[in-house]
Ligand binder design. Structure first.
Ligand code: 6PG
Length: 247
């Protein structure tokens, strides 16, 4: 795995370059395999990236009909709730691009209890990948691209420091209490084994409050892995950090 750090002045430049990277990768994967699988991140940082992907200059170059969209995590809120990561992606991207509805694999965060939502999504993923690529029972499928953010505590997706979910080794999707999250509500999340099976992972991280954790991860990922789930993320081909830190 190659680990790469790309520094830009701010989120505008990061979102522009990341959008181009996503388009290029989508074209490459569709050419190679006939499909492109992309996992979206939640939070605020990726909003501008999603809005960029909906712009003609990017959207017209992205093979939407052969693109399949998933989520890395979701808050356990009613469907359509403005706090959901799906609602943010729908507003900034999904309503603006010709992505077939059947290619959108929304995390059903509204299902109670959260454990059932996680089980349901894992079943959705297993069904998708059983058609797309053979995945042995105890193995994990490979998404082409996973987009991730990072919190100031070093969490990513909804894998929070000290949460047992960070150590999950078998399930693809689990539920977490989210007590230390913002908002502090239950969530479901992909686990590290399935995240780390992705071919490409892009982190988009900006903001002074995250710089200390970012620098610790860049300086010594092994040591940082003890504290920060983001430090434990790997990719099969390339892991790229897009940040506005001085570097
Ligand atoms: C979520 C996200 C979460 C996010 C980080 C960073 O559901 O909140 O998936 O992991 O990526 O918390 O969030 P910001 O981009 O808003 O700083």
């Amino acid at each position: 795995m190659e680990r790469e750090f790309r520094y830009y002045p701010g989120l505008v430049e990061i979102s522009e370059h990341a959008a181009q990277y996503v388009v290029d990768l989508a074209q490459q994967k569709v050419m190679e395999n006939g499909a492109f699988t992309m996992v979206l991140s939640g939070g605020n940082t990726p909003r501008l990236l999603y809005e960029n992907l909906a712009l003609t200059r990017f959207s017209d170059c992205l093979p939407w009909s052969k693109t399949h969209v998933f989520w890395g995590d979701e808050r356990c809120v009613p469907k359509g709730d403005s706090q959901s990561n799906y609602a943010m992606a729908r507003e900034t991207l999904l309503l603006k691009v010709p992505l077939p509805r059947e290619n959108i694999y929304r995390m059903p965060g509204e299902i109670e209890p959260p454990e059932n939502a996680a089980t349901r999504y894992e079943k959705m993923l297993r069904k998708f990948f059983s058609n797309a690529q053979s995945v042995a029972e105890d193995c994990f499928p490979s998404f082409d691209l996973i987009l991730l953010g990072m919190g100031s505590d070093g969490h990513t997706a909804s894998l929070f420091p000290g949460d047992p979910a960070v150590e999950e080794r078998k399930q693809w999707v689990v539920s977490v209490s989210g007590l230390t999250a913002k908002p502090p509500i239950p969530r479901i999340t992909l686990t590290l084994p399935i995240i780390n099976q992705a071919r490409y992972v892009l982190f988009l991280v900006t903001g002074e409050e995250k710089e200390r954790v970012f620098n610790a991860i860049r300086r010594d990922p092994e040591e940082a892995s003890r504290l920060y789930p983001s430090a434990r993320v790997r990719a099969k081909e390339r892991l790229i950090w897009y940040t506005n830190y001085r570097g």
